[in-house]
Design a protein around this ligand. Structure first.
Ligand code: HEC
Length: 247
């Protein structure tokens, strides 16, 4: 019987990879990096300005998931930009109708005449601005915006968890070939998974309380930073890092 010396498990590192493996890894990481940047551009353009101000802000995130429950677009217009077009009594009548659930019968008997007298000259539907003679169009302005519904949240959440989970796994598989103290590597591999749960979990929490929009941004930012770090560190160690300490 041979007496084997106690051996330590030796793990693979980038220095064990063939050039073609490094090339494949690098092209994959670069593609994911570009895809991530484009995802950010899409996110910015689709959420920016929802709160009426340019740029992406916490309020935009809150509007997306919580909605704007403080009132309806019709009431906001009646109290704001359109207030000059009707009397206070007429306005209160319309607002009361909104709060009673905007029933069709009352629209025909009480609201339509008010719109007819004050609004239809501009809002007839011919002019391209909202048609106030059509109750289905008016109804769209009297629904309270509740943000994303539970169904929509479940839809975008599961797509993101499948997609981002897969992405983090593959990027992480490459990243763990880096030379780096074990504890540091464990943390850096773990952070993006925590961050994505924080991000997506906070979509749901923001639907419930708008304050969680801060956690959405924090989670999203942390996910992006940790992915960027893993990609850049892997590319650096694959091609530029010359030995140094082995871990
Ligand atoms: C002199 C023309 C004019 C009259 C009269 C007028 N509006 Fe408007 N209204 C506009 C224009 C133009 C816009 C679109 C531009 C904007 O959003 O500011 C608009 C926008 C709106 C919107 C905003 C829709 C949205 O996207 O949120 C509502 C609601 C509205 N009007 C309701 C009314 C009501 C109710 C009246 C009658 C009491 C009225 N308007 C009278 C010209 C008019």
């Amino acid at each position: 019987m041979v007496n084997r010396p106690p051996t330590r498990q030796v793990y693979r590192r980038f220095s064990d990879c063939s050039v073609s493996e490094k090339l494949l890894n690098s092209l994959f990481l670069a593609t994911m990096g570009v895809a991530y940047i484009l995802a950010m551009v899409y996110l910015y353009t689709s959420h920016e300005g929802l709160d009426g101000k340019p740029g992406l802000s916490v309020d935009d995130v809150a509007y997306t998931y919580y909605g704007n429950r403080s009132g309806t677009r019709l009431e906001a217009a009646l109290r704001g930009s359109m207030s000059a077009h009707l009397t206070f009594e007429e306005r209160d009548k319309v607002v009361e109708w909104i709060y009673s659930g905007s029933p069709k019968a009352a629209f025909d008997s009480e609201i339509q005449p008010i719109f007819e007298k004050n609004c239809i000259s501009c809002h007839s539907g011919r002019s391209g601005i909202v048609d106030l003679s059509d109750i289905t169009e008016v109804k769209k302005l009297t629904d309270v915006d509740m943000g994303k519904s539970i169904g929509e949240l479940a839809r975008v959440s599961h797509i993101h968890l499948f997609g981002v989970g897969m992405l983090l796994f593959l990027i992480g598989r490459i990243f763990i070939l880096c030379e780096m103290p074990g504890i540091l590597k464990k943390i850096i591999v773990g952070i993006p998974f925590l961050a994505i749960f924080m991000d997506i979990g906070s979509w749901w929490l923001t639907h419930w309380k708008p304050l969680f929009a801060y956690a959405v941004m924090l989670g999203g930012g942390l996910t992006g930073l940790s992915i960027a770090f893993q990609i850049l560190m892997s590319l650096y160690q694959m091609w530029l890092y010359k030995g140094g300490k082995k871990y």
